[in-house]
Design a protein around this ligand. Sequence first.
Ligand SMILES: *[C@@H]1O[C@H](CO)[C@@H](O)[C@H](O)[C@H]1NC(C)=O
Ligand SMILES: CC(=O)N[C@H]1CO[C@H](CO)[C@@H](O)[C@@H]1O
Length: 384
Amino acid sequence: MRSFVLNSMLAGLAAAAAGPYAQCGGSGWTGDTACVSGYSCAVSSEWYSQCLPGTAASTTLATSTRTTAPTSTPTTGAAGKFKWLGINLSVAEFGQGTYPGTWGKEFYFPDNAAISTLLEQGYNLFRVAFSMERLVPDELTTTAASDYLKNLTATVDYITSNGAYAILDPHNFGRYYGNVITDVDGFSSFWTTVATAFKANEKVIFDTNNEYHDMDQALVLNLNQAAIDAIRGAGATSQYIFAEGNSWSGAHAWVATNDNLAGLTDSADKLVYEMHQYLDSDNSGTSDVCVSGTIGAERVAGATAWLRENNKIGILGEFAGGANSQCESAVKGLLDHLQENSDVWQGALWWAAGPWWADYIFSFEPPSGTGYSYYNSILKSYAP
Ligand SMILES: *[C@@H]1O[C@H](CO)[C@@H](O)[C@H](O)[C@H]1NC(C)=O
Ligand SMILES: CC(=O)N[C@H]1CO[C@H](CO)[C@@H](O)[C@@H]1O
């Protein structure tokens, strides 16, 4: 992902040293290779080196003897300590750029039969992606489009009436019609509209926005705070709110990028920090190759420490890995790490199910999605 370039730009750093737990090397890495004081750059694989606490115990990687999976990884979790484990449901936000678009052509809604199958497997959290432009067309301050709201509500109600939680995820990257949202009052108005429509449903969770990126850091803070205040102001006081950060909400980049979000306040004290983490070389989730069998836990370790230091709780709102043994080790290592740290991590959500993902590398759509077929038996063993 482009996050480290971005971090440097935003912070106006005089470059030179990577932050705590940041990447500091690996094949193709062009960023900083030195770490800030108190940390040293440790090789974790041919593809990834990371700034870890302590001073150099220099490690040399013999590429010819590159190892794959760790041998100490427990087979599966199943300690049952997560509050939530679930799946992203992605399809109502499809057709990005075509608004409003046509139902059945540009976008669609999740399939209740697929949700039902996932519920039976024990998943209790579903992140329902939708498009702000379709819910409030033309202006952030407008009222909700009744048909789209009705269809979205039907999906949410199906999930929550079956006992699971539904996350409302405006899958907008901090943009509206492609432009960065700078109108904080308009954003507040959008959230008043959404929260008013769903405030009676205690199993709804409000996710302020999917993956802010390349935005002013103070703006990301202000948008999140405006969303929280609008949601509580609308009378939705019992529900959880998930706040996301800049740099695509990447867990690996969280400490370097989103430290200011520790300042968010919630009058209901039900704020959860939602981070995302993929396991491929650029953190983008576009490849089914994982950089090592241990990369999952390594990439979120800094975020775990940040959550604990700041007395916050988090959820891994998106993660996935390819259907192969190296990714399997990385995914298990990631989930084991989250579960071992379940005082701060409340759970995780696989990206993604949805009826239109076809043969997508991570598709968790039952009965035959690539990710579902390979990972369901592993994933569900971590269900609460
Ligand atoms: C809502 O769903 C119905 C089918 O249940 C469909 O006919 C309609 O076009 C959808 N409208 C929107 C805006 O999603
Ligand atoms: C990692 C991943 O699959 N990201 C996808 C998120 O969803 C949008 C569409 O909603 C895709 O464009 C991204 O590729």
